[in-house]
Design a protein around this ligand. Structure first.
Ligand code: AMP
Ligand code: MN
Ligand code: MN
Ligand code: MN
Length: 291
């Protein structure tokens, strides 16, 4: 069988992507993706529609999630692949994360208001369409109002640490996140590890903890990784006996991360998560459930 094209990280309008699940699946197909993980932030709402849309298109959907985690005072993202969305502990956890998102959105708006920017809550809510509310929706509102040129600029001016609209995260703990993913039968992956800009020691500590808690892979190739990042994390999967994942982190045409079409292949010196026995177990599990 020809090598299949895996993109194991992408967003829809269920969180901060700009494409509906159906549009995302159609786009992935046009980009030559054979296996697509739908991994919205802190919600599983996009999965059903993606699976329905994929049925006629020859694209396989991996039901997934991207969980917001606070680790060692910093926000990191953990992907869950092949999760069963109908898992009570997972959904209860997501409710808590969504509650925090709601409170944080109000707080971001209060802070922007103090900085002279009125109406940000309603503005962000409008962009989020009543679904998960994220900083991306604030960013779209601020760009629309002319406070910045594009999404990238709006983040650095308003939405990150030491800027007027920044509110620190209080997300899930690493052990909670891995617990929910495992309860849901899924495989845990550290998303875009290069983005955290951790020192080597801190990164090592994160990966050690992640492994001890049953995590299985690092996202080696990501839309937000350079070639050097990919090489570095490929090596790290080898020394740490972890698998490697590959995902575009696609959010739609106007966002800064790479398009699935331009995503690099995994380096040769790492083992793709889809070659693992754990992955095969998940594939077989999903297939038996469907038939
Ligand atoms: P949140 O989970 O609500 O804090 O929002 C995080 C999301 O904001 C990420 O998943 C990205 O989609 C987006 N984001 C974060 N930093 C940037 C940036 N510098 N430029 C563009 N988008 C960003
Ligand atoms: Mn995002
Ligand atoms: Mn992320
Ligand atoms: Mn993402």
């Amino acid at each position: 069988m020809a090598t299949r094209n895996y993109d194991l990280h992408a967003h829809t309008t269920a969180s901060d992507g700009s494409m509906s699940p159906t549009q995302l699946v159609e786009h992935a197909q046009r980009c030559g993706v054979d296996v697509l993980a739908v991994t919205d932030h802190d919600t599983t709402q996009g999965i059903d529609e993606a699976q329905r849309a994929a049925a006629g298109l020859g694209v396989e959907i991996v039901p997934g999630i991207e969980l917001s985690v606070t680790w060692d005072t910093q926000t990191i993202h953990i992907l869950g692949l092949y999760i069963d969305p109908h898992t009570t502990s997972l959904q209860l956890g997501l409710e808590e994360l969504q509650k925090f998102r709601h409170w944080r959105a109000e707080e971001i708006a209060r802070r922007l208001d103090k900085a002279g920017i009125a109406g940000a809550y309603d503005g962000a809510l409008h962009f989020s369409n009543g679904k998960i509310i994220s900083r991306t929706h604030f960013a779209r509102f601020l760009v629309e109002r002319g406070y910045a040129r594009d999404l990238r600029q709006v983040f650095t001016r308003y939405l990150v640490n030491h800027k007027p609209g920044y509110v620190p995260g209080k997300w899930a703990s690493l052990s909670q996140a891995l617990g929910w993913i495992q309860d849901a039968g899924g495989l845990a992956v550290v998303a875009h590890p290069a983005r955290y800009r951790f020192t080597a020691t801190r990164l090592q500590r994160l990966v050690n903890e992640f492994r001890e808690l049953g995590g299985v892979a690092l996202e080696v190739v990501s839309g937000s990784h350079s070639e050097q990042d990919a090489a570095h994390f490929a090596k790290m999967t080898q020394t740490m006996h972890l698998y490697a994942s590959r995902g575009s982190d696609y959010h739609g045409p106007e966002q800064s991360y790479a398009d699935p079409r331009r995503l690099a292949l995994l380096p040769a010196n790492c083992t793709p998560i889809w070659h693992s026995d754990l992955w095969q177990v998940c594939v077989e599990h999903v297939t038996t459930q469907v038939s």
